[in-house]
Design a binder for this molecule. Structure first.
Ligand SMILES: [Mg+2]
Length: 485
């Protein structure tokens, strides 16, 4: 029988790192931002960029900074920021820095090697760009780095101090409402509705799952955004709150997964908080709390919970690592990347063809090299034995092999250049500066390693779940060993 999922577009599929039997999952939790709630990223990130920039100028930074421009496509997730040097890096799974920029300028290969690849690389010294929210933050940092290089002395701080200010101003922009009030006033400008979301969630409810919302956003913002995407989408469930048995706002992830804070109840009419003890009451709204307490109060074991989020560390690595929750990572970028990769298929075939040609040439050259070594050995012993006839014959043999090698050498070099060119062509078709999210050349990126290690399954958007049964067994082929028949 044909695979029923082969009809799906690549970006609509769910990918499996670790086998997951959905029948054993009793409860499914969702993060909100960039998980259920999809942003018009360009509109939202440029708002965050501008609002944060205003705070820089208010704090006494040069007013010329107002001319800095937001570039929506400059960065991708999964990069690391070197706040000391004003650099941003793409690292492979072996912590080898493969691409680096200082401000908006690419760092050449030799400098990059000297700075990062000479000694063991400590990823913890750098800031990881894990969320979409961080993209505009880091781009603003790089813009200011460029400004500082161009106008020395105009900002009397080092890069690190500027970054600390940036963090402060962003937190302030979130706290004083200068970002979220604008979004709440006009959600249609900043949020992309997914018309299949309600159906997808209903399918999980019909499959007998208990659903919960677990977000770091506060009550007023959560209520406004969730109403915008779900209210009235299904006649049985007029309000978004009807879908979720439990809603936890301002949860304070990742500490939610490691701490032991009690839950507070949100009085939804006034927004005030009340202390809470005893069981969680369905459809009421809670704040803070902790995962351990949540499990105790709801009776779900860690491996009976599937948590769906977009933050590789705050949602996925920590919930799986600390509590053994099963995890679904939403990787929004896959939608664009998998569409591109489909278009680039002929290029892939070309790359593979050249890699195969290189391998067989390499093999061929190895055999010639071994033969050459043997001939040289025989030649030496013949010289020692003064066997002139044999020496003459072996010298001819030796020269033949040397010629063969030198004929093949330029072909090998040409193939190397060709493969590199094709790989670069493939990478820049996906992103002109950083290439694929999960790859660096032929290797996996650091982000890909994290996904592989911690996300049981991953997909580009939550509504892709509608294509799969809520009892589906997602099977992984990762455990197949290279020597398995
Ligand atoms: Mg999120």
């Amino acid at each position: 029988m044909a695979n029923p999922y082969s009809k799906l577009e690549l970006w609509q599929r769910v990918y499996v790192n670790r086998s997951l039997n959905m029948d054993r999952i009793k409860s499914i939790g969702f993060d909100m931002d960039h998980t259920l709630l999809m942003y018009n990223r360009e509109a939202f990130e440029s708002l965050a960029f501008r609002e944060t920039l205003k705070k820089f100028i208010l704090a006494g930074y040069p007013s010329e900074l107002a001319d800095l421009t937001f570039k929506p496509d400059f960065l991708i997730r999964g990069l690391l920021v070197d706040r000391e040097r004003g650099n941003v890096l793409k690292v492979d799974g072996h912590k080898y820095v493969k691409t680096a920029f200082h401000g908006s300028k690419k760092i050449d290969r030799d400098t990059r090697h000297e700075l990062y690849n000479g000694e063991s690389f400590k990823a913890q010294d750098f800031l990881s760009v894990d969320t979409f929210f961080a993209l505009s933050e880091v781009q603003l940092f790089l813009e200011i780095v460029d400004y500082m290089d161009l106008h020395p002395g105009k900002i009397d701080k080092n890069y690190r101090e500027v970054y600390d200010d940036l963090r402060k101003f962003i937190d302030l922009s979130h706290a004083d409402g200068s970002i979220k009030n604008v979004v709440m006033a006009d959600p249609s400008k900043y949020i992309c509705k997914d018309k299949h979301l309600a159906t997808s969630i209903m399918r999980l409810l019909d499959g007998g799952k208990t659903l919960f919302l677990l977000t770091n956003s506060g009550w007023d913002y959560t209520n406004c955004m969730m109403s915008y995407i779900l209210d009235g989408e299904n006649e049985d469930f007029p309000s978004w709150r009807d879908y979720f048995d439990y809603t936890i706002v301002a949860a304070g992830k990742p500490a939610f997964f490691t701490g032991s804070s009690p839950f507070l109840e949100v009085m939804t009419d006034s927004g005030l908080l009340k202390s809470h003890s005893g069981n969680l009451v369905r459809h009421r709204i809670y704040q803070s709390g902790s995962a351990n307490l949540f499990q105790k109060l709801t009776g779900f074991r860690g491996d009976e919970i599937l948590y769906v989020g977009d933050h590789i560390f705050g949602d996925i690595m920590i919930s799986k690592g600390k509590l053994n929750w099963r995890t679904l990572l939403v990787v929004e970028e896959l939608e664009h990347e998998l569409e591109q990769l489909e278009i680039l298929k002929p290029l892939f075939n070309d790359i593979q063809k050249n890699i195969n040609a290189r391998e067989s040439l390499d093999e061929d050259m190895q055999i010639i090299r071994s033969n050459l070594m043997a001939v040289k050995r025989h030649l030496h012993s013949s010289i020692r034995a003064h066997d002139a006839k044999k020496v003459h014959h072996l010298e001819k043999e030796r020269d033949k092999y040397v010629d063969k090698l030198s004929e093949r050498m330029p072909i090998l070099e040409e193939l190397d250049i060709k493969i590199n060119e094709l790989l670069q062509q493939k990478e820049s078709a996906i992103h002109s500066m950083w290439g694929e999210l999960m790859k660096v050349g032929l290797e996996r990126s650091r982000f890909a390693y994290q996904v592989e290690g911690f996300a049981c399954i991953y997909t580009s958007r939550v509504s892709n779940l509608r294509f799969y049964s809520p009892q589906k067994v997602f099977s992984s082929f990762h455990d197949i060993l290279p020597h398995d028949p």
